[in-house]
Design a protein around this ligand. Structure first.
Ligand code: COD
Ligand code: ZN
Ligand code: ZN
Length: 368
């Protein structure tokens, strides 16, 4: 079938929205009509080349949609089901999956890094040539074909644009606080970077009962949103030293838990420095490929800080993502205000410019 998709041909060039060919789902695969796709910074790291990806490709890893058709042998979803694509499709029964850590499952790593589906081929075509799928989900398109393992069936009563942001931002941010940082009531939290993922981490800190919740960013509007989502103190990192300001707010000690949610060497060091002795430093952002994050070994031992990296919120997808949706439906997670602007697929480059300028908390592309 012919579908409209945003194609990235080369790094450092804009997306080109055009018709591409999408082949029918094969054994174990599902055709999904995409309803909404979030404008996450991680895709932009592939545009800049900071995170390498095979090109040309259809990117987009934060989304939601409705199952349209099934390939042979699919048992876990049916046409009409509402789904969130998982950008790290787990097998469901290996060592890691059984221990509730599906993001560490090796099942789809090879396919994902090659831009293909599980059988090593693509369903996307451009002028008869293979067009790569990002993370086997490729949501910047009207339709996607993905393996059934990459789909999470969700409750049908949640608006699909709100569900989309649970596909990455909410799960990554709230999960980082609850599961990687294991934040407990009354503990002090610092969050460096208040984008879609960082603002979700702020909401996670509020859910966990953290106090104070300190947020640093360089854009005043981001700090205002952070306060709306639960920050009790905000730091404009252009005007104040984040480490000194955090220590001032925590009796000179530093934060019990500090989260880096940007993917930058300088802010990673800042968040580590702003963590108190014996505290937990959680690295959510991924630094450009090949970067080394180094720590002074004497200080490392002496200060006993835990360095805790976090991927996909360290969540158990099929248990925790439905919980986040339930928390939205019961009014405990605010997804309505996280999405501050909606765009058409044709406006994807405008949507990314808005993200880079800091004009949006989270932008979402709606495809209906
Ligand atoms: N000090 C403080 N804040 C800063 C600074 C700085 N020096 N520089 C930038 N910021 C702020 C920006 O103003 C912005 O508010 C925020 O940092 C970044 O927000 P967004 O909206 O651009 O980014 P997110 O929230 O969509 O993504 C953040 C990630 C850390 C997830 C992303 O950048 C990343 O590292 N992705 C790779 C990891 C990955 O692939 N994860 C899985 C899918 S997300
Ligand atoms: Zn597994
Ligand atoms: Zn993301």
């Amino acid at each position: 079938m012919r579908v409209r998709a945003a194609v990235l041909y080369r790094i450092k060039t804009p997306f080109e929205v055009q018709e591409v060919e999408l082949l029918p789902p094969r054994e174990g695969e599902v055709l999904v009509r995409v309803a909404a796709a979030g404008v996450c910074h991680s895709d932009y790291h592939m545009v800049t080349g900071h995170l390498p990806h095979p090109l040309p490709a259809v990117l987009g890893h934060e989304g939601s949609g409705v199952v349209e058709a099934l390939g042979p042998g699919v048992t876990s979803v049916r046409p009409g089901d509402h789904v969130i694509p998982l950008f790290k499709a787990p097998c469901g029964h290996c060592f890691y999956c059984l221990r509730g850590r599906p993001a560490l499952c090796d099942f789809s790593v090879k396919a994902r890094s090659s831009g293909c589906l599980l059988d090593g081929t693509t369903r996307l075509r451009l002028d008869g040539q293979p067009l790569f799928h990002h993370a086997m989900v490729a949501c910047f398109a009207e339709y996607l074909v993905a393996p059934e393992q990459a789909l999470l069936k969700i409750r049908p009563d949640i608006p699909l644009d709100r569900a989309a942001v649970v596909g990455c931002a909410v799960t990554t941010g709230v999960g980082a606080v609850l599961f990687a940082g294991k934040v407990t009531p009354g503990s002090s939290v610092l969050i460096v970077g208040a984008g879609g993922v960082g603002l979700s981490a702020v909401q996670g800190a509020r859910l966990a009962g953290a106090d104070p919740i300190i947020v640093a960013d360089v854009i005043p509007a981001k700090l205002e949103w952070a306060r709306k989502f639960g920050a009790t103190y905000t730091i404009n990192a252009r005007e104040r030293d984040v480490v000194a300001a955090t220590r001032d707010l925590t009796s000179g000690r530093g934060a019990d838990h500090a989260f880096e949610v940007i993917g930058d060497l300088h802010t990673a060091k800042q968040a580590y420095e702003a963590t108190r002795k014996g505290g937990i430093f959680v690295q959510v952002g991924v630094l450009p490929a090949g970067s080394q994050l180094a720590f002074d070994s004497l200080q490392l031992i002496r200060d006993e800080k835990t360095i805790q990296p976090c991927t996909y919120g360290s969540v158990n997808f099929r248990k925790d993502m439905p919980m986040f949706l339930d928390l939205y439906m019961s009014g405990r997670l605010n997804l309505d205000d996280l999405i501050t602007r909606r765009f058409k697929l044709d406006e994807i480059n405008v949507a990314y410019e808005a993200m880079l300028r800091g004009d949006v908390a989270r932008g979402v592309i709606t495809l209906d």
